[in-house]
Design a protein around this ligand. Structure first.
Ligand code: DLL
Length: 437
């Protein structure tokens, strides 16, 4: 099923021709309407983009970073008169000023098309009743999905996050067929159903449209099993407007970009060198149809790879692999790079332990140490010391072969690790704290 079949299955050559024309227009638009870009483009010798001849000329355009957004907070990246802006969103950055997203009416229209595409690709139809359990507010997730789903004609329940009992009651009473949430929250709700008085058969759920944080295939399988649903993943970020940038199709062999609206590239995050198809690196995205706040070569910090092979589903737009994580979530321990997703892929689905974990990094005697706290599914094992020890050792061995690094596994009581209603925070980095043990 497609939402905009002609566009989503456009021949590759036509996509690229469209992107080139839109890239030139976007550069000129930024040059003429945003003083920040005018200066950057002028200094780089790109000017208004009229010298751009081919898509690869994008390499001459300077990158835009999160710091640029912060320094130009709140309206400095705006390309239209304020009266044309009809919506403001912002990211929930933990430090400093949030990054802002601004939208004209046309931006909202295109955004909801992009979201409708990923939702339809994920199996949503006008017959579905979808509960949005992302937090409503400045976060782009809830309102982004809301308008995209309404565009399809699905019935939307704007539940927001929190209040688990009520979440479950609404799902049962309204016959909710689809859940929109972070993978962590979907997992949380699945546990609440398991522990609650109503069996899963009281729910009509069949789809999960999940996104906003990394989710390994192992975690996805776990959520699908717990809720007896089909899960699709979708990706986006505030700086590019929010969700709808890319999403899974039924093949689940990479998330299709909305390539008529976004131009992706991959670079080596350390050297800036451009990388080819299939090579893993940092995702860079240029918006091609944003009016209130266009973005040139945004450094997403997300580590992924791209493929341009046409997909079995019929879509021709580039696909990005599931992200390994963000460069700023990558831990460097004793010189080894570790992403939480690598740890997750080892842990999730292993018997005796639940899908919740916490990664603790400390500095002991000037050396970094890695501890992984994992929850047991039953406290019984805690009474069987020898079995427990053997299990712990086998987990440590598996982690070592995947990470190339010795990690200490601590098995903790069921239900003792924190649960998340939005994006999960799994890393506890104590290296800058005086404590050494
Ligand atoms: O999380 C937008 C969004 C909302 C996407 C709802 C999908 C669904 P931000 O809060 O600005 O925006 O966070 C963006 O979250 O750079 C990634 O690191 C991460 N991220 C988002 N989606 C995925 C995903 C929204 N599907 C940051 N897989 C991005 C992995 C994701 N990481």
């Amino acid at each position: 099923m497609f939402f905009q079949k002609d566009i989503e299955t456009m021949p590759r050559k036509e996509i690229e021709a469209l992107q080139l024309a839109k890239l030139k227009d976007t550069v000129a638009y930024c040059y003429n309407n945003v003083p920040f870009y005018h200066d950057r483009l002028e200094k780089a010798g790109v000017g208004d983009g009229s010298k751009i001849r081919q898509l690869s000329d994008i390499q001459y355009i300077p990158y835009t970073t999160k710091d640029d957004f912060r320094e130009n907070y709140p309206y400095g990246m705006m390309a239209v008169p304020l009266k044309e802006v009809v919506r403001v969103h912002a990211s929930s950055g933990t430090t400093g000023k949030p990054t802002v997203g601004l939208y004209t009416k046309k931006d909202l229209d295109i955004w909801s098309d992009c979201v409708a595409r990923v939702a339809v690709a994920g199996g949503v139809t006008e017959d579905d009743i979808i509960q949005i359990s992302f937090g409503y507010g400045l976060f782009t997730g809830a309102l982004g999905l809301h308008y995209g789903l309404e565009k399809i004609g699905a019935t939307v329940i704007p539940m927001s996050s929190g209040n688990t009992e009520k979440q479950l009651m609404m799902m049962r009473d309204f016959g909710v067929t689809g859940l929109v949430a972070t993978p962590s929250y979907a997992l949380y709700l699945s546990e609440a159903i398991k522990e609650g008085p109503n069996p899963l058969s009281d729910y009509k759920l069949k789809l999960g449209i999940l996104g906003s944080e990394p989710c390994t295939p192992e975690m996805r399988d776990q959520i699908e099993k717990n809720l007896n649903i089909y899960v699709s993943d979708n990706y986006g970020l505030t700086e590019l407007g929010g969700p709808g940038v890319s999403g899974d199709c039924p093949e689940r062999a990479g998330m299709h970009f909305a390539e008529d609206h976004f131009l992706p590239e991959i670079i080596n995050p350390d050297t800036g060198e451009q990388l080819g198809e299939g090579q893993q690196g940092e995702l860079i995205v240029t918006s091609l149809s944003k009016y209130a706040m266009p973005v040139l070569r945004y450094r997403t910090k997300d580590i992924t790879s791209l493929t341009y092979e046409p997909c079995k589903c019929g879509r021709t737009h580039a696909r990005m692999s599931k992200t390994a994580g963000r460069t700023d979530d990558m831990l460097i321990i004793k010189g080894v790079n570790v992403f939480p997703t690598q740890i997750e892929s080892v842990l999730v689905g292993t018997p005796h332990i639940g899908p919740h974990y916490q990664i603790v990094v400390r500095r002991v005697n000037f050396k970094d140490t890695l501890e992984i706290r994992v929850e047991l599914t039953s406290a019984e094992l805690l009474d069987h010391y020898r079995e427990l020890e053997a299990f712990q050792r086998s987990l440590q061995d598996r982690l070592k072969s995947v990470l190339g690094l010795q990690a200490k596994v601590t098995l903790v009581q069921p239900k003792s690790l924190e649960r998340f209603q939005g994006k999960a925070k799994r890393i506890l980095d104590l290296r800058n704290q005086p404590e050494t043990k």
